[in-house]
Design a protein around this ligand. Structure first.
Ligand SMILES: Cc1cc2nc3c(=O)[nH]c(=O)nc-3n(C[C@H](O)[C@H](O)[C@H](O)COP(=O)(O)OP(=O)(O)OC[C@H]3O[C@@H](n4cnc5c(N)ncnc54)[C@H](O)[C@@H]3O)c2cc1C
Length: 419
């Protein structure tokens, strides 16, 4: 067995294949830019997105080749998400919902039959995924969720309401989380969205993220086949929290892209805009904003890549554990010190990366609007779009307040957990 607990082992060096893939992502992003900008103004999903990303395999980037994915490691996936983040957090949010909190839940926790049946069609774009945890009365405290399931012997019946679900208007498959009637166990399920007794309503009037679609989802006595339980009964929150590690990493990586795009925009603009006799790039207070953006990019990169390496180690350990233990799902948490340590570290570092990168991305978008002056205060300005979009990133995938509490309790110990 590898030395998984050597937590300082990191390698940010990319192979030729990784570099080639990121350059394909870059090319796709260039192809998508014009359509994304048009779609954003029309508040429409960008119809070119799925075919364009499907062409290069981006819809299954970190998913095993066995299920049609490219099988890339976490760092390569995060670097591609970073590049995609430059095109805006809407595109990135679509991918976070499809891959980070969508496909990866199945890859990590699903059994072979579930993965063959469901995952394979998600890597070729035939089936888009989503993750439905949040409820009107259970947001930053998912443990208080009230969506209920009943075990009816040969099937489950699901009742309840979820909201804000990314890709929820068109996803073919989602994972959802519900409490068992009479037992209080929270469990995770795969739901086929074309099943009977499911209603979805698009959530309108969002302040940003205008090309990604969010939905309210109503389960009105929806029947779920027994085979669609993920993991064991009662493991639902554990599964959801593990998905959020991946979700946070993708939000953090996308935030670096946002900051990079802001930097590109302000450098070009400040070198051309003249006031008080010279270009504003020569003014010290403008340079202060520019240096702050550059510092935020570099500090966030370190946190995201380091957290990505910790997550990759957890992934590699899981693969080895699954291969060696047929009943891995019941054994995983039980006294497994290596798993606990690796997960704790990945969780802690992802929380720090997401907290820092999203706060700095919002700050950078704000500074960028300031550099543009009135030209930045327009719906058509890229920096204005980043400003509106990044506002959501400190709220979803764990609010930054809850992440702060999580970071503190990782230091103080669970006895001091205040959330
Ligand atoms: C654009 C967008 C996309 C989303 N996509 C998805 C999705 O795909 N799937 C999904 O399941 N959910 C999704 N969500 C939901 C998101 O995860 C929740 O909004 C988030 O968890 C916060 O829940 P809430 O909005 O109910 O806020 P609340 O939980 O009501 O929190 C309100 C405020 O109180 C603070 N707070 C709460 N508890 C504490 C505490 N103990 N100490 C200090 N402060 C506290 C919070 O940090 C926040 O500032 C999305 C949300 C948005 C805005």
């Amino acid at each position: 067995m590898k030395d998984y607990l050597n937590l300082s082992r990191m390698n940010f060096e990319m192979s030729k294949s990784q570099i080639d893939f990121i350059s394909k992502v870059d090319n796709s992003c260039r192809n998508l830019r014009k359509f994304e900008e048009e779609s954003y103004l029309l508040e429409k999903f960008n119809e070119k997105l799925i075919p364009e990303f499907n062409k290069i395999g981006m819809l299954g980037c970190p998913i095993s080749k066995q299920y049609g994915g490219l099988g890339y490691d976490m760092l390569t996936y995060l670097l591609s998400i970073e590049r995609i983040g430059e095109e805006g957090s809407s595109i990135r949010t679509f991918l976070s919902a499809h891959t980070s909190i969508g496909q990866l839940v199945l890859q990590n926790w699903g059994n072979e039959e579930q993965n063959k049946e469901y995952l394979t069609n998600t890597t070729n774009g035939k089936s888009i995924m989503g993750f439905a945890l949040t409820e009107p009365e259970a947001g930053s405290d998912p443990a208080s969720l009230v969506t209920e399931y009943e075990d009816c012997g040969t099937y489950f019946v699901l009742r309840g309401k979820k909201h804000w679900i990314g890709n929820g208007t068109f996803a073919k498959i989602i994972t959802t989380y519900a409490r068992e009637k009479g037992t209080n166990k929270i469990s995770a399920f795969i739901v086929e969205m074309d099943s009977q007794n499911i209603e979805t309503i698009e959530m309108k009037n969002k302040m940003g993220l205008l090309t990604v679609k969010n939905a309210e989802i109503f389960f009105n006595n929806c029947i779920i086949p027994k085979k669609n339980l993920i993991g064991l009964k009662g493991q639902g929150l554990n599964i959801a929290y593990s998905a959020l590690i991946d979700g946070r990493l993708s939000v953090a990586a996308g935030s670096i892209g946002v900051m990079q795009d802001c930097l590109n925009e302000v450098v070009t603009y400040s070198k051309s805009r003249k006031q008080h006799g010279s270009v504003i790039a020569k003014k010290q207070l403008i340079q202060h904003h520019i240096s702050q953006i550059a510092i935020s990019i570099e500090t966030s990169k370190w946190l995201v890549y380091r957290a990505g390496c910790a997550r990759q180690k957890l992934h590699e350990y899981l693969i080895e554990f699954k291969t060696n233990n047929k009943t891995w799902i019941s054994k995983l948490n039980r006294d497994n010190e290596i798993y606990k340590k690796l997960r704790f570290e990945a969780d802690r570092l992802a929380a720090i990366a997401k907290f820092h990168a999203t706060n700095t991305a919002f700050d950078c978008a704000n500074r960028s609007i300031q550099i543009f002056g009135s030209a930045g205060y327009k719906k058509t300005s890229r920096v204005a779009k980043h400003f509106l979009d990044t506002r959501a990133t400190t709220i979803y995938e764990g609010t930054n307040e809850v992440l702060e509490l999580k970071i503190a309790s990782a230091i103080l110990g669970n006895d001091y957990s205040s959330y």
